[in-house]
Design a protein around this ligand. Structure first.
Ligand code: ADP
Length: 270
């Protein structure tokens, strides 16, 4: 008898020879378990804001003679629906990444433009907390890939940096060449992450402090998207963090030499 995870197929080749093929199903089973987990988590995560909106709608109906209360409840319904919207968007993004559907042909991505766009996306949130949000790109840096995905990844890091930083602090985004790679680093002086949790923050739906993440509108999916995008572009993510001091997240991606740069290089050689 074979262990459960091994599946054997037997094919007689001749009267003396038998071919036995043994398949290891361990990986398949693990993938299946992860998928089941994901579906269970998704259902739970979707039910939370839907349930909240339901209760708030009832509260609005009951408070109809109290305009102040109606306004408050309506505001909270809006927050919950924004959260739901964000969650659905991230789930779609993540399943697309997991299906390895690089639908679009990789194109040249200008890192300076990308850093600017990522910062632009968080500008309002940063201003609301009087956080100084600055970006810098050292040199003419390019990578090859899906611009939307890379922007989503860098934006997630910037959003987190702003979300987990106190009012009036600073967030810096710096892109620089490192060996044959481009490293984009987002540094904050926020709450930081305990050492024991760092391994887990890239897991889907994982939050260090759910109560706190809740008030920042976090979904727990941002970093798993970042990790997937880096991996599917042949790169990686690095983290440094110290509770109470701040955090620094880097995405490293293979550098793409643009035509003009390679020509310049050849020119220098001759
Ligand atoms: P979320 O949507 O909750 O931010 P993420 O996957 O982006 O989800 O991050 C997972 C968890 O990692 C967060 O809930 C938070 O606890 C922690 N985290 C991520 N970025 C930072 C940061 N810059 N500073 C402190 N904690 C962070």
């Amino acid at each position: 008898a074979l262990p459960m995870h091994l599946v054997a197929r037997v094919a007689p080749l001749s009267s003396k020879l038998v071919l036995v093929l043994v398949d290891d199903r361990t990986r398949e089973r693990r993938v299946e378990a992860i998928r089941r987990d994901f579906v269970a988590n998704v259902s739970h995560e979707l039910k939370t804001p839907i349930g909240a909106m339901n209760l708030l709608a009832e509260a609005v109906a009951e408070a109809k003679d109290d305009p102040g209360a109606v306004e408050r409840f309506a505001g909270r319904i809006q927050i919950e629906s924004e959260r739901l919207n964000r969650l659905v968007q991230q789930i779609i993004e993540l399943s697309r990444l997991q299906a390895d559907e690089l639908v679009d042909e990789p194109v040249d991505v200008d890192i300076a433009e990308l850093v600017d766009s990522a910062i632009e996306r968080s500008r309002t949130d940063a201003e609301a907390k009087q956080i100084s949000l600055r970006g810098r790109t050292d040199g003419d840096l390019h990578v090859l890939g899906e611009p939307d995905q890379i922007l989503a990844a860098v934006s997630n890091l910037v959003e987190n940096a702003v979300a987990y930083s106190p009012e009036g602090s600073r967030v810096a985004v710096v892109a620089a060449a490192k060996d044959s790679r481009v490293q984009i680093t987002v540094t904050d002086r926020g709450i930081g992450i305990p050492q024991a949790e760092i391994e887990r923050i890239f897991e889907r739906f994982y939050r260090v402090d759910p109560a706190r993440a809740r008030t920042t509108g976090g979904t727990g999916l941002g970093l798993s998207i970042v990790k997937h995008v880096a991996a599917s572009h042949g790169g990686e993510v690095k983290v440094w963090s110290e509770p109470g001091q701040g955090s620094s997240f880097s995405i490293c991606l293979p550098r793409h030499e643009t035509a003009s740069e390679s020509e310049a290089y050849v020119g220098n050689e001759t």
